[in-house]
Design a protein around this ligand. Structure first.
Ligand code: FAD
Length: 536
């Protein structure tokens, strides 16, 4: 039997886990549900190593996010046969990937997240319900009373009630199920006067999703997969804003849109300890093997591993032909199925037809790694979702708050109700509305509590990518540390409201109440303001 909890958190991604930690730390009872069998979302079931701002080793995250990062490093130091030079590095990048200073395997993130939750589970405060997805929600008088979840495989249903309900799903499922006012896709320019917004609202214009997968390479072996059913379609597909076929190494540079030819060299000779990951100086995406490498075999004692492991989350496998949300469950399911076919087609193309540096074609030694993603078919358990439904909140963060051309390099809007910080370029991937990359320089920003407080509903809080941003500003808020910070603030807010017998909108609106809440965040090590560092 599942105990009734103070706080129900639906969605066990990074926002959901951070929310659960914050609420449990405040002594509240929590039920956390998750659609797959792995908590951790972007870092685990979606197989996306962290995208972070360049100052992450020094500041600009919450203390608990730093704990997660340090726990991941510690895991490698303790359990992996690392060379002594690697062990000595304080800022160890386990996979020596270029996308992040902390490229690592999904299972390691899973282990550390589980470890962080373990004391709260042992105390009986936290129940985690995996393999459950929300199917209905009951509301009355602007209060969400209960959520019904269904087991993914056997179809059994369970209805859970709680005083606060947090939507930490990847797609803002509860906003839809509970009839909470929300936006989807691109807003019209008239709504917030954003320079990059289209003239008319385009709810079905959403950034592409990506089904990631992991690869190693074994020279002389043949790991070629079966030819995917949709291979001919994807092989012939050429987007009109692309320099050639999608299945090719030519793709636009996301920042300049100039055609760039990527290289792909498995298990390169270079020393992984010499790799520097700093997206403010180089996006690191021109050499695809090293871009999201999550294990560098040369970092370990000779013979321990015969290949690196790299994650494929590239321009080639972004899928944007159908929207994931807002067009019905059938269309969303088709989008995921087609995205999976695209990823398998990318793999098959790499194994059989991709040009090799030596002039030949195909690398049959590329081995799909189901063991890394924890699935039978080798693809990640869930698609990487860049853009969710977004709640209509008291505050909406727009381009005017964060775009470097609009606010200057030294800082975005300072919010009196800041509950955290983040930083990333606005990085919109090609979309279901036919847009190519939209890349906008942005400044380190603050997360206003108003973006977490619904305009109407009183006890539901967004705890992930579903807060009050726009299609455009979602492009810098969707990253791992921001999602974590949002979840942590939402979990802390629910716990605070229960302890003080107040409601979220009061905490946001009244200075004195907000200051009480802010003291709680400060105590927990949530950084709410930036030092004056420059955007890029
Ligand atoms: C105000 C401030 C506080 C910092 N606090 C910390 C800290 O607490 N811990 C930490 O580890 N690192 C901190 N840093 C970051 C660290 O010092 C950076 O690594 C370093 O500033 C980078 O130097 P740079 O010349 O490469 O970078 P850039 O950031 O490109 O240039 C820094 C230059 O920006 C200008 N600048 C910055 N802010 C402003 C402003 N508000 N108004 C006008 N000019 C401005 C200054 O002239 C400065 O010389 C801080 C940086 C700044 C600017």
């Amino acid at each position: 039997m599942i105990p009734e909890a103070d706080i129900l958190i639906v969605g066990g991604g990074l926002g959901g886990v951070a929310a659960a930690l914050a609420a449990c730390r405040a002594g509240r009872s929590v039920v956390l549900t998750e659609e797959t069998d792995w908590i951790g979302g972007q870092l685990t079931s979606q197989a996306v190593p962290p995208d972070e701002h360049p100052w992450v080793e020094q500041f600009g995250t919450t203390a608990s996010y730093r704990q997660l990062r340090e726990g991941i490093r510690q895991w490698y130091r303790q359990w992996y046969p690392m060379r002594s030079q690697a062990l000595a590095l304080k800022d160890l990048n386990p996979g020596a990937g270029r996308v992040s200073k902390l490229c690592h395997e999904p299972r390691v993130a899973l282990a550390v997240l589980e470890a962080m939750l373990a004391p709260h589970r042992a105390a009986g405060r936290l129940t985690v319900l995996t393999d459950h997805r929300p199917v209905t929600a009951e509301s009355d008088n602007d209060v969400v009373r209960a959520v019904t979840l269904e087991h993914r495989y056997d179809g059994t249903r369970v209805t859970l009630a709680a005083r606060y309900v947090l939507d930490a799903t990847e797609t803002g499922e509860l906003l839809d199920l509970a009839g909470v006012e929300h936006a989807c896709g691109a807003e019209a320019r008239s709504e917030y006067d954003e320079p990059h917004a289209p003239d008319r609202a385009q709810p079905l214009n959403q950034q592409g999703i990506t089904v990631c997968f992991a690869l190693s390479h074994h020279e002389g072996e043949d790991h070629t997969v079966d030819r995917p059913a949709d291979y001919d379609f994807w092989r012939a597909y050429r987007p009109d804003f692309w320099p050639g076929p999608l299945l090719g190494f030519g793709a636009p540079d996301p920042r300049t849109l100039e055609p760039v030819s990527r290289t792909f060299v498995p298990n390169p000779d270079h020393d992984p300890l010499a790799v520097s990951a700093d997206q403010s100086t180089d996006a690191g995406d021109k050499e695809l093997w090293g871009f999201r490498r999550i294990l560098a075999h040369r970092m370990h004692r000779p013979g321990a591993f015969d290949s690196d492991i790299t994650l494929v989350n590239w321009p080639l496998n972004d899928y944007w032909l159908k929207p994931l949300v807002g067009a019905g469950a059938q269309t969303g399911a088709e989008a995921v199925a087609e995205a999976r076919q695209l990823s398998l087609s990318v793999l098959y193309w790499l194994q059989t037809e991709a040009p090799r540096p030596d002039g030949g074609t195909g690398l049959p030694g590329l081995r799909l790694r189901p063991d890394v993603t924890g699935t039978a078919d080798g693809l990640a358990k869930a698609p990487y979702v860049r853009e969710s439904r977004r709640i209509k909140a008291v505050t909406t963060v727009t381009e005017h708050d964060v775009a470097i051309d609009l606010v200057g390099p030294y800082g975005g809007t300072r919010h009196r109700d800041s509950v955290g910080v983040g930083g990333y370029r606005i990085d919109l991937h090609p979309s279901t509305g036919g847009d190519t990359y939209i890349d906008i320089g942005s400044v380190p920003f603050e997360i206003p509590l108003g973006a977490l407080v619904p305009r109407r509903v009183r006890n539901l809080l967004p705890a992930g990518k579903n807060i009050g941003t726009t299609h455009i500003t979602n492009g810098c808020f969707r990253l791992h540390p921001v999602e974590w910070n949002i979840g942590e603030a939402a979990g802390a807010l629910a716990a605070h409201c229960l302890a003080e017998d107040v409601e979220p909108h009061q905490v946001q609106a009244e200075d004195k109440r907000f200051e009480e809440f802010a003291r709680r965040l400060d105590r927990d090590g949530v950084q709410r303001h930036w030092p004056d560092v420059r955007g890029y």
